[in-house]
Design a protein around this ligand. Structure first.
Ligand SMILES: Cc1ncc(COP(=O)(O)O)c(C=O)c1O
Length: 434
């Protein structure tokens, strides 16, 4: 199903690493990432988009997964970095990521985060709302720093995905609507404020998309907005950021498109518009998160119990769960899995793969076809690279799993396994309880 997953001598391999050896050496639950898979996706974007069209850029949306090692890899690949918090920004800078190649998003950036971004000369701040615009302008003056800004707009398009990850609608907590009395005064302010460099507009229409319609419509709306801005303010907007959202293969039912299916369609609309309206073609950014990292991830879990409830179902419980992958509980995400010592072998039952958290909804996979499995066997869940570790929690004081980056037959721990002592590191005891 994925280029980096193989079966050799009846064992599951991730690149050239035997999953059983990884589980033995690093213990479970374990996030495993294939470096080859990440680099292959970067190459596809480079060849299909960056090399094909000039003045195009790709920023990795680090909310999908952020670690210092990954930030290094992303920089090596020549990508920019999208961050949405002081923590993601700190991690990027901790990896010596060039700050002028960082794009700072977020619908409620705090003064502390904006100060951090300004002082570290972050290249672009994507302004989400009018309060932020005012605050940013004041802070630019206070710190005597200019900021390059874009406005996140809600282009008013619906995307065919789960409501929680459909973000281009007018009713969204993200971005500014196109209303005359909201957006246009903000644009005028950005153009006139000497401390702000107004670069343009950003949209992100949704995630896990297999259809390019929302991207194309959003690009059309944004181009028209750029035309109006030129007409009204005599200002030529130099940049457009089309967000991410390119879908991946979680299960065999998913038929994701290559990134070029989205980028070619969007570029065609942009180039046509610019020709018709004699508009210099803006710099174009995309911001893939899941597309780069999702399929690269595999989570290894050990089975702790197999509970058959007669005439109802069988629960196979593993040593992780919603604390390391909340996506099934949060928005009914679908995954596939197989036991690593009998990978993809003939199945004889349908089970519910559940975790060990104290929630009935702590389910990883419903209706998972499996062969007979036993306590102690290791199960691999596929396509867990995006929005798993980055959404992990310490619920029930479970330790967040370690993470290993696999490169050929080598495996490197890029997130160390947490110890119990890490869980109480920030606990303090008031005197009267000592
Ligand atoms: C502004 C922005 N850019 C990029 C992304 C990345 O989305 P995806 O991982 O679906 O590519 C997101 C996801 O929420 C986003 O909000």
């Amino acid at each position: 199903m994925y280029n980096h997953i193989h079966v050799k001598n009846g064992h599951l391999f991730i690149e050239d690493c035997d999953a059983a050896e990884l589980a033995h050496r690093f213990k479970t639950p374990l996030y495993v990432l294939s470096e080859a898979s990440i680099r292959e996706k970067c190459t596809r974007i480079r060849e299909g988009f960056l090399d094909k069209y000039d003045r195009t850029y790709a920023a990795y949306a680090s909310k999908a997964l952020m670690t210092t090692a990954l930030a290094k890899l992303v920089h090596q690949e020549g990508f920019y970095m999208d961050v949405v918090s002081g923590g993601e920004l700190y991690t990027a800078l901790n990896a010596d990521f060039p700050s002028d190649q960082i794009i700072f998003h977020g619908n409620n950036k705090s003064p502390e985060e904006l100060e951090f971004a300004l002082k570290r000369h972050v290249g672009r701040i994507v302004v989400d709302n009018l309060d932020e615009l005012k605050l940013l302008s004041q802070m630019c003056n206070a710190f005597n720093r200019k900021a390059g800004i874009l406005f996140r707009i809600t282009p008013g398009v619906n995307s065919a995905t789960h409501a929680y990850i459909s973000t281009g609608k007018k009713d969204s907590k993200f971005g500014l609507p196109l209303d005359e009395d909201i957006l246009f005064p903000a644009i005028q302010f950005a153009i006139e404020d000497p401390m702000l460099d107004f670069y343009g507009f950003h949209f992100h229409v949704g995630s896990q998309l297999f259809d390019n319609t929302a991207h194309v419509k959003a690009a059309e709306v944004t181009l028209e907005l750029m035309r109006v801005v030129r007409e009204r303010f005599n200002y030529t907007v130099p940049e457009m950021n089309c967000g991410g959202g390119f879908g991946i293969k979680y299960t065999k039912d998913d038929e994701p498109k290559d990134v070029t299916y989205f980028t070619d369609a969007v570029m065609a609309v942009i180039e046509q518009f610019c020709e018709t309206h004699q508009f210099p073609r803006p710099r174009i950014f995309i911001e893939p998160g899941r597309y780069l990292i999702g399929e690269a991830g595999v989570t290894l879990y050990t089975i702790g119990s197999v509970k058959e409830i007669p005439n109802i179902k069988t629960y196979v419980a593993v040593d992780g769960g919603m604390s390391d992958n909340i996506r099934t509980a949060l928005y009914q995400a679908k995954y596939e899995a197989t036991p690593i010592d009998q990978p993809f072998s003939e199945t004889s039952q349908e089970v519910t793969l559940c975790g060990k958290c104290c929630e009935t909804g702590d389910i990883l996979i419903e209706h998972l076809p499996l062969p007979e499995v036993h306590v102690g066997e290791v199960i691999a869940v596929f396509a867990t690279g995006a929005y798993n570790y980055s959404m992990a929690s310490h619920y029930n004081k479970h330790r967040i799993p370690a993470m290993v980056l696999v490169n050929g037959d080598a495996a490197y721990e890029i997130i160390e396994r947490e110890q119990y002592s890490d869980l109480t590191r920030f606990d303090r005891i008031p005197d009267h309880l000592k």
